[in-house]
Design a binder for this molecule. Structure first.
Ligand code: GLU
Length: 486
């Protein structure tokens, strides 16, 4: 059997980390078994529709490396397009299909028209709540309006919806690939609206019709859809279709076990991208939100995840979103990049006018210290432009201004004689070290003012690293500036 999974986001906003995890698991599950991963846009909720939602979702997925085999995708120019034989893959372009299947259900007696007003439904709900009964539709129109009368009212243009006729006895049982056997008492499952009064299908009808027509074998989705699954299974039964397998992923939680909030990390993927997280780090982090390989390993590329992923290892309990862990992954992935890769990837955070070659020279000064690419311009600002500082900053805590006034010019003289070819960290460290010993200075009394002269900062990388990154000319200029301040 060819495995087919799908990511079916509703463009009611941007792609968040929870959605990224769902898409990633669907992708890994399919790819691990040589299957196909497709993307469908579920835009039947017109009230919550966000115009650039689809584009954001797609761009975020592509950035993360999760590229659909079929369905809604980005073309070579980065524009939203569609490919594949089961399309269109955007639900608002499939309305006639849903209408046809809804008519079929009505004909079979598996669904019915409902003309109840919003006021009546509201009252019904209030009464049920007051009487401590389960809330849900009371099948008034099913019991009181026969199908011929209903049809006449529809033809006359009366406002209506179509509802699923849910059996009210027995139970619906299914085997969830993560949670095992799940049972629902049918009496507690509402007669779900399938077609809304605006003619659009609800999620429930559209998802079942599309998953069937698009030959989806495994529906992997968030926990919040578990209670909808009996309705979907009923729909598969009514149509006489084989239901796919279901797997419901654990919730994402804050450290205090509350539902993941925006403040604590439920942020759009594009925001992480903007804030300088590497896609490899975010994917690795997100993969571990509910899954682990069962041993100590933590660093996994997308390819390695594809190889290792097994849905039976996904946890049933909620997964804690720990931003410190994400930061740890990001630092690890930054360290793995070569200097030129890192410079290229971080160039856009530096704005116009920063030269890639110069950035390459500077970047190793801070690569071990930063958590995100976005921190690099701030961390490296001193290397591009000498900050303003005062003469007293040049004085080591155990030294004096007089001492610096004496040492710095001598050091300048000594360094003026150092050949350009020897201007690198190792040589300078050796030469200056010997010079310090020969002159009977302490290390601190030389290295502190040298470092502040080169960086203009109280805290910075070591002086020889900076000297190498700045180059001979700029380093000498900065030492001269320091001397002038004294
Ligand atoms: N459109 C639904 C959502 O936004 C898809 C749920 C599913 O995967 O069935 O989450």
């Amino acid at each position: 059997m060819l495995i087919r999974t799908r990511f079916a986001p509703s463009p009611t906003g941007y792609l968040h980390v929870g959605g990224l995890r769902t898409a990633l698991y669907q992708y890994l599950f399919a790819k691990n078994q040589g299957g196909k991963f497709l993307l469908r846009i579920e835009d039947t909720d017109r009230e919550r529709f966000v115009a650039d939602g689809t584009e954001n979702i797609l761009k975020s997925l592509y950035w993360a490396g999760i590229v659909p085999d079929e369905g809604v995708c980005l073309d070579d120019n980065g524009k939203v397009s569609q490919s594949g034989e089961f399309g269109p893959y955007v639900q608002s372009e499939r309305l006639t299909i849903y209408k046809k299947y809804s008519d079929e259900l009505i004909q079979k007696g598996s669904a019915y028209h409902c003309f109840c007003s919003a006021e009546r439904l509201e009252k019904l709900r209030e009464t049920q709540q007051k009487n401590k009964q389960p809330t849900g539709y009371d099948q008034f129109c099913l019991k009181n309006v026969n199908s011929e009368a209903a049809l006449q009212r529809v033809v006359a243009g009366e406002r209506h919806v179509v509802r699923l006729k849910m059996p009210k006895e027995g139970q619906t049982v299914f085997n969830d690939l993560i949670r095992g056997e799940i049972k629902f008492k049918n009496i507690l499952v509402d007669d779900q609206v399938l077609i809304k009064s605006d003619g659009f299908p609800t999620y429930h009808l559209a998802v079942v019709v599309d998953d069937h027509l698009m030959q989806i074998t495994h529906v992997i989705r968030g926990d919040e859809w578990i209670s909808s699954t009996p309705k979907h299974i009923q729909l598969y039964k009514c149509f006489g279709w084989k239901a796919p397998e279901f797997a419901h992923l654990p919730l994402l939680l804050n450290a205090d076990k509350s539902k993941l909030s925006k403040r604590q990390g439920d942020v759009a993927v594009s925001e992480y991208q903007k804030n300088g997280y590497l896609p490899e780090a975010l994917i690795n982090f997100v993969a571990f939100l509910g899954w682990n390989p069962g041993d100590e390993r933590e660093i996994f590329s997308l390819q390695e995840l594809i190889k290792e992923f097994n849905i039976s290892k996904v946890n049933k309990t909620g997964a804690i979103f720990n931003v410190d862990k994400l930061n740890w992954f990001n630092k690890e992935y930054i360290k793995k990049l070569s200097v030129s890769e890192l410079a290229e990837k971080s160039l856009s955070w530096f704005g116009d006018g920063v030269d890639l070659k110069k950035l390459e020279r500077m970047i190793s000064l801070e690569r071990e210290r930063v958590t995100t690419l976005a921190e690099l311009p701030g961390a490296l600002a001193f290397a591009f432009k000498l900050p303003d500082y005062t003469a007293d900053q040049l004085v080591w805590r155990k030294g004096s201004v007089e001492e610096v006034r004496k040492i710095l010019p001598e050091l300048h003289k000594f360094l003026s004689a150092v050949d350009e070819k020897k201007w690198n960290k190792a040589e300078l460290e050796k030469l200056v070290g010997e010079w310090v010993v020969k002159n009977g200075f302490s290390n601190g009394s030389v290295l502190w003012p040298l470092r502040v002269a080169l960086s203009g900062q109280a805290n910075s990388p070591g002086p020889f690293e900076i000297a190498e990154a700045l180059g001979r000319l700029e380093s000498m200029n900065r030492i001269e500036t320091a001397i002038r301040k004294l």
